[in-house]
Write a protein that binds this ligand. Structure first.
Ligand code: ATP
Ligand code: MG
Length: 423
């Protein structure tokens, strides 16, 4: 039979790479919990309408990239292309709006987008994200950025730059949209087809277009940041001030409008200094209108999503030290028919928290020791009738090439101690 390969745009994450993933996940959950965030887990698919409303139907994601299908009951479903819409739906559906504010949630999800495959761009990918509900002031914006800054520092990620912008509120954006349209009107024919359709529905989206036909036109366009209403200007100034208080470096980039419709005021991105168009590791912003758009009471909110594949690619490129798989501690070889005794002790060691293995293949003693050598066990021992009778084993330290005779209890204490140091 012919072989079946993984679908285009998906990838297997294999050991030893999974150790780096586990580390990134663990540190993320840990940093989040220090900031008071609790984990939320949401479904992989939702009703299509949630994303149309929550992500916005003038976005690339909704217009071009969603995996949408009818289920057997004829309902339109979509594999989540991002996490925020699902989190907002869950926040409302589960009455989290009545919890004391702010409500802080974090997630670790797979997301699905039908995109052209490129380095750092997959059809199934992973995002870590945070969402905060109920706080309007710019302090929470700066706090959220500081969480990312701390996370990156703890992973050893350097050379990323934080870019920030404000895209105002519905009031100043409406005025700005008119200004933008006036500017774009004479260039309309030169814009890509998608942008032509955006001109009336959501001209701000044009600023985010990556088509070569649109880029030079966009470059000269008036910036929303120069056209904020006084309230939005004060909010943005406050955001900058709080970042400075926290000693977080940033660059103002008037070109960041973010790809999703729901953002208001603060938007930000962390961009790698080497990777090209796939250099955005993380994007986020404030979405004060989203909860209402999904059917709730007006509720301020802010969040980010971090592309885990891109984060790990960047860490690798920077040769950041990431832990490898845990090294197994001891291999227990069995001599003759002492297999059952060897297994028994192995299981005991495991219950004591020690990474221990014994033969499962019916191998000869020589073959067992060869296997142990290849798997880089730190210690090994051989159990036979003599060892059982004497209650003592010869514990071989494979690093030091030394041996010591110890009781089973002494070995247990020594191994537990060793493993504690290893983590
Ligand atoms: P891009 O401009 O690269 O298409 P985006 O604006 O569509 O990114 P967001 O929706 O903000 O991305 O998602 C947040 C993060 O998720 C991105 O910054 C990126 O790191 C990651 N990401 C987005 N799409 C993909 C993908 N197809 N494959 C891998 N990672 C992705
Ligand atoms: Mg995209």
């Amino acid at each position: 039979m012919s072989k079946i390969s993984a679908p285009k745009g998906t990838r297997d994450i294999l050991p030893p790479e999974t150790a780096a993933w586990q580390h990134a996940e663990k540190v993320f959950a840990d940093v989040c919990s220090r900031y008071g965030y609790q984990e939320i887990r949401i479904p992989t698919f939702e009703q299509t309408e949630l994303f149309q409303r929550g992500v916005g139907d003038t976005t690339d994601v909704v217009q071009k990239e969603m995996y949408t299908f009818d289920d057997k009951g004829g309902r339109s479903m979509t594999l989540r292309p991002e996490g925020t819409a699902g989190v907002v739906r869950s926040y409302l559906e589960n009455g989290m709006a009545s919890l004391p504010s702010p409500v802080r949630l974090f997630y670790n999800i797979t997301a699905f987008r039908y995109e052209k495959m490129q380095k750092g761009r997959y059809r199934e990918f992973h995002q870590f994200g945070c969402e905060v509900f109920g706080s309007e002031g710019p302090i929470v914006d700066a706090e959220l950025v500081s969480l990312l800054d701390l996370y990156f520092r703890e992973l050893g990620l350097k050379e990323t730059s934080l870019r920030i912008n404000s895209i105002g509120c519905p009031v100043c954006r409406a005025e700005y949209n008119q200004k933008l349209k006036d500017y774009l009107a004479p260039h309309l024919d030169a814009l890509c087809e998608t942008c032509q359709s955006r001109y009336d529905r959501n001209p701000l989206r044009i600023i985010d277009c990556k088509e070569t036909s649109c880029k030079p036109i966009v470059r000269e366009a008036p910036a929303l940041l120069d056209n904020l209403c006084p309230e939005c200007q004060t909010h943005f100034d406050g955001f900058c001030k709080h970042l400075e208080e926290l000693e977080i470096n940033y660059t103002i980039d008037k070109g960041i409008v973010r790809g999703l419709d729901y953002y208001t005021r603060t938007v930000f991105e962390f961009v790698s200094e080497h990777v090209g168009t796939q250099g955005t590791i993380c994007g986020g912003g404030r979405y004060d209108g989203l909860v209402e758009q999904v059917g709730g009471q007006p509720t301020p909110g802010i969040g980010f999503a971090l592309g885990v594949e891109r984060l790990l690619m960047e860490l690798e490129q920077q040769q950041a030290a990431m832990p490898g798989p845990a090294r197994p501690s001891i291999y227990i070889a069995a001599l003759g028919d002492a297999g059952d005794q060897a297994r028994k002790w192995t299981w005991k060691l495991r219950s004591l928290g020690i990474r221990a293995e014994t033969d499962l293949m019916g191998r000869s003693l020589k073959a067992q020791m060869k296997y142990a050598g290849k798997q880089s066990f730190r210690f090994s021992t051989v159990i036979g009738d003599d060892e059982i009778t004497a209650g003592k084993i010869r514990l071989k330290d494979m690093n030091e090439h030394s041996e010591s005779e110890v009781s089973f209890e002494q070995a247990e204490a020594l191994l537990a101690d060793h493993q504690k140091q290893q983590g």
